[in-house]
Design a protein around this ligand. Structure first.
Ligand SMILES: CC(C)(COP(=O)(O)OP(=O)(O)OC[C@H]1O[C@@H](n2cnc3c(N)ncnc32)[C@H](O)[C@@H]1OP(=O)(O)O)[C@@H](O)C(=O)NCCC(=O)NCCS
Length: 202
């Protein structure tokens, strides 16, 4: 049962405003900021984009990036938004709803913030804003994610926004020759309706 009837589609690219961040569609001026965030070694490691410390921090291919961010607003089955730090007006990262399964009303959630955007509550707020859009505007039933076991900050931010741990994919990543588990977390629409991103108050 869908708690919130859909009022919009993935083709609509909203601007979502919080106290700390604005999430908005990409424009071509964002390329440099995104390249900077993506080449941060911690982003590479924590997002599973690379498999060794040596690879982390590699400069991303500009042509590939230009093509990727230049086409995000044309996508009708996913949502990619830039995260703007309201304190500086700068783009510090991105949030994504992808892997949409229409019949299951489900999606995957991803987020990455570069060094300038981290550890000030921006990630938690951005996660709440995306979840609100997912459930209350898109009418999704389930939003899930995977976060590596070596990312307790990510797990904590997701938990604060309402994600619940549902299991572990063992040895899902090999990094610097070590196996790392991936923790699976999700939020359902019925839970969102109860806490709206503040599970500690529900
Ligand atoms: C993960 C990420 C989105 C979190 O956003 P953020 O803005 O840095 O996090 P927030 O400040 O909103 O919240 C972090 C929480 O984790 C806690 N935390 C930080 N480091 C921690 C650690 N080592 N262990 C446990 N908790 C930790 C903070 O204290 C805070 O919780 P609190 O408010 O209860 O004190 C962001 O750090 C990021 O993008 N990191 C790099 C890429 C990445 O990890 N992407 C996600 C891949 S799944």
């Amino acid at each position: 049962m869908t708690t919130f009837p859909p009022t919009t589609t993935f083709a609509d690219k909203p601007t979502l405003t919080g106290d700390l961040v604005v999430l908005r569609p990409f424009d071509e001026d964002d390329l440099e900021a995104m390249a900077e965030a993506i080449r941060d070694p911690e982003v590479g490691r924590l997002t599973g984009s690379v498999h060794s410390s040596d690879e982390a921090g590699a400069v991303p291919d500009e042509v590939v990036l230009r093509d990727w961010y230049g086409t995000r607003n044309d996508q009708e089955d996913r949502l990619d938004l830039a995260v703007v730090d309201r304190a500086t007006g700068r783009v510090v990262g991105e949030v994504v709803l992808n892997e949409w399964e229409e019949e299951n009303a489900s999606c995957n959630f991803r987020i990455l913030l570069g060094p300038d955007g981290r550890d000030r509550g921006l990630g938690t707020e951005a996660t709440r804003l995306v979840l609100r859009h997912a459930f209350e505007a898109l009418g999704l039933h389930r939003v899930s994610l995977e976060v590596y076991a070596f990312n307790p900050r990510g797990q904590r931010a997701y938990e604060k926004a309402g994600f619940v741990t549902e299991g572990v994919c063992r040895d899902a990543l090999r990094f610097d020759g070590e196996w790392v588990d991936a923790v699976v977390m999700s939020v359902l629409d019925v839970e969102w309706a109860q806490h709206r991103g503040r599970p500690e108050l529900a």
